[in-house]
Design a protein around this ligand. Structure first.
Ligand code: GDP
Length: 449
């Protein structure tokens, strides 16, 4: 799935090559791929539609910055918008729980059975204890399943937090109030209240948790939802959001195959920040939520900008960067670098396609040269450098008359051609000296796409 999407995007990007602006037509193709990516990631259809409409509006208005190609610019718009929607106003502080209350701060957990509530209580207790040095008490209000109470006791003990015992037959509100009383008396910083979940949305269950909320007035009401639910997460999220003033979302089971589309849907439906993600059954499997990472996951493209760049240029970014660094540090530009430059130019589609993208000073130097001729000559220059010894390549000063004859013979060319190549190399070296690192990097960016 991931490969397909990447390939599809790369193909569209290639067709966008050379176009200076995002247009209705070229944007359409790209957006179709993005739409498919979102649907494949299980984002709910109405959410996808709304998102695409928004991106389109932004993309068509966007001037493409000189260093970016239209494909990259559009992908950047998609990523930015997706991150903004998933992160919203909460970006950067999404994970902060509200402790700005008289202790204990109460955290109420809501969600369907099997969503991962009890596991998340354990994980959260561990995180708060270890990272924030909080004294944590947990309690289960699931009076329907004795096993659930036992499960909470087990995970709580595993993470070294305190557990408030409850029994089937008690009323959920009574249990919660008794636990709260206990927490106050024993100076707990945080009380986490686990609740009963049903297999589906259920009116009685909703009433029960609403009553609990009213009774204990939690600082945080976290909706726990299984990322594997995909589109179904929308209905569940809506039902809980309508019943309870949620303060945040925990998206569990992101360690599975899910592409995380539920994140976008749930965020869209509830308008509440995703605060944590569950990434495993073990009790250390809880992470702070990062909207940008989730955007990438949903798009299924990893660092898509990098991929797109690669597809567009076929250029060895590492090599270019190394050279830029070397020149910046005042290192000498040698024949190895010169050859690397030549081969990069070839990869970028030859001199012909490159020439109009080069800075004016290069264009003037090239004059009206015949490009085919120039490319042939480029290959010959590579051949000449290949006939040199390593020492000669890194120290061109060594190349005197006798060496020139040997090199020319090895490459099957006249000595004059070796001379011409060395002159061109010197010219390039002179140019490199003038270009400070920053300018070189800029020049190389200018060559892209
Ligand atoms: P609850 O009914 O909402 O309390 O759900 P549980 O906490 O009992 O979790 C249901 C199942 O999901 C259990 O088998 C958990 O081990 C599993 N689970 C919970 N969170 C995660 C997670 O982040 N990743 C994975 N892989 N499994 C999880």
């Amino acid at each position: 799935m991931l490969d397909n999407l990447t390939q599809r995007m790369a193909r569209v990007v290639k067709t966008l090559r050379g176009e200076a602006r995002l247009t209705e037509a070229n944007t359409q193709d790209m957006l179709r791929e993005v739409r498919l990516a979102l649907l494949e990631a299980d984002v709910a259809l109405p959410v996808v539609r709304e998102f695409i409409a928004k991106v389109k509006e932004k993309a068509l208005g966007e001037e493409v910055i000189s260093s970016l190609t239209p494909g990259q610019a559009l992908v950047a718009v998609v990523q930015r918008e997706l991150t903004a929607i998933i992160g919203g106003d909460y970006e950067g502080k999404a994970s902060e729980l509200n402790f700005a209350v008289t202790p204990p701060a109460i955290i109420l957990m809501a969600g369907l059975q099997g969503a991962g509530k009890t596991t998340t209580v354990g994980k959260l207790a561990k995180l708060l204890r270890e990272k924030q040095k909080k004294k944590v008490l947990t309690v289960s209000c699931d009076v329907y399943r004795p096993a659930a109470i036992q499960q909470l006791k087990t995970v709580t003990e595993q993470v070294g937090a305190d557990f408030f015992a409850s029994e089937p037959g008690q009323k959920p509100v009574d249990i919660a109030l008794a636990a709260l009383d206990w927490a106050k008396k024993h100076y707990h910083d945080v009380l986490i209240v686990d609740t009963a979940g049903r297999l589906g949305i259920d009116e009685a269950m909703m009433q029960e948790i609403a009553a609990l909320h009213t009774a204990i007035k939690p600082a945080e009401t976290l909706f726990v939802v299984d990322a594997m639910l995909g589109q179904d997460a929308v209905n569940t999220a809506k039902a809980f959001n309508d019943t309870l003033p949620l303060t945040g979302v925990v998206l569990t089971k992101l360690d599975g195959d899910s592409r995380g589309g539920a994140a976008l849907s749930v965020r869209h439906v509830t308008g509440k920040p995703i605060k944590f993600v569950g990434v495993g059954e073990k009790l250390d499997g809880l992470e702070v939520f990062y909207p940008d990472r989730m955007a990438n996951r949903i798009l299924g493209m990893g660092d898509i900008l990098a991929l797109v760049e690669e597809a567009q240029r076929g250029v060895d970014v590492d090599a270019a960067q190394k050279l830029a660094n070397k020149v910046k540090k005042g290192g000498d530009f040698d024949l190895n670098d010169f050859r690397a430059q030549l081969s990069q130019m070839k990869k970028m589609g030859g001199l012909g396609s490159l020439m109009d993208k080069l800075p004016a000073q290069f264009q003037q130097a090239a004059g009206n040269a015949d490009m085919n001729q120039a490319e042939k000559q480029m290959r010959r220059m590579e051949g000449i450098i290949s006939s040199m010894t390593l020492a000669e390549r890194s120290k061109p000063e060594l190349i005197k008359a006798s060496r020139k004859r040997r090199i020319a013979a090895g490459a099957g060319v006249q000595v004059q051609e070796v001379n011409r190549m060395l002159a061109q190399f010197e010219q390039m070296r002179g140019m490199m000296k003038k270009l400070k690192g920053g300018n070189l990097a800029k020049m190389m960016r200018g060559m892209k796409g």
